[in-house]
Design a protein around this ligand. Structure first.
Ligand code: MN
Length: 248
């Protein structure tokens, strides 16, 4: 099996090293990741300048672009084959609910999915890399499952792992995305040159976080696996908008 790995935290992140270590047990691994932390990059592609790929001392490739650039460049030309699997992560922090819209971790996996490759995004739910070994163990279990029983058709799975000891994990739940409250207000400050500057504030707390959601699973010690799709059409709004526009 040929596995392509990326992330959004950068090629130097302990999370991507842990994921590559797991993946090596399953086949031939290529790692290509952003040269710096691009968390929050979402699905952006770099279209206004060329991209360069360099090789780190450990063999990982790194690129002066986004997570989506990494997977796109690899699958559409840098690799001489189409990978059998794209893995992204292990992200330093959760990617649940609305986070998935902004996440570069999810975006890297989504790019694999868009290019027809089964893809997994892995996130460790609390920042700081503590219990990275737990997330690596979960990744290994899911890869073992994938080898035994490959997913039928392209599949994009968003995996969030509680930050705890492996023995404290309750198991795996297949979930839907929850929702967050509105983000915290922007943080206003003054630059050394007297300009007003702004820091984007943290994500809002979980709002829709009942049973069945990713938030609820992780909060209660379960690994959350959410299958994602890309169609943003609001099916339930089609009829109402047709009425409003006045078309058939
Ligand atoms: Mn990140």
């Amino acid at each position: 099996m040929r596995i392509l790995i990326s992330n959004d935290d950068g090629y130097f992140s302990p999370g991507i090293e842990a994921l590559a270590e797991v993946a090596r047990g399953f086949g031939e691994v290529t790692v290509i990741a952003p040269e710096r932390d691009r968390s929050g990059a979402s699905n952006s592609l770099t279209l206004d300048r060329p991209l360069s790929v360099r090789v780190a001392a450990n063999g990982f490739l790194y690129l002066n672009g986004t997570p989506t650039d990494c997977v796109h460049v690899a699958v559409t030309g840098l690799l001489d084959h189409k990978p059998d699997l794209v893995l992204s992560g292990i992200n330093d922090g959760a990617n649940m609910g609305d986070d998935t819209i902004y996440s570069g971790t999810v975006a890297a996996a989504m790019e694999g999915f868009l290019l027809g490759v089964p893809s997994f995004a892995f996130s460790l739910a609390r920042r700081g890399h503590e219990h990275l070994a737990t997330a690596a163990m979960v990744a290994r279990e899911l890869l073992e499952r994938f080898v035994r029983d490959p997913l039928r058709g392209p599949m994009l799975l968003n995996v969030n792992v509680p930050a705890c000891e492996p023995a404290q994990l309750k198991g795996i739940q297949v979930t839907r995305l929850g929702r967050r409250h509105l983000a915290e207000p922007v943080v206003r400050a003054t630059s050394p040159r007297g300009e007003t500057i702004y820091w984007i504030g943290p994500a809002g707390a979980a709002r829709e976080a009942g049973p069945g959601t990713d938030f609820h699973a992780v909060e209660n010690g379960w690994v959350s696996v959410t299958p994602l799709d890309i169609d943003l059409t609001a099916g339930s709004a089609l009829a109402g908008v047709r009425d409003w526009i006045g078309t058939a």
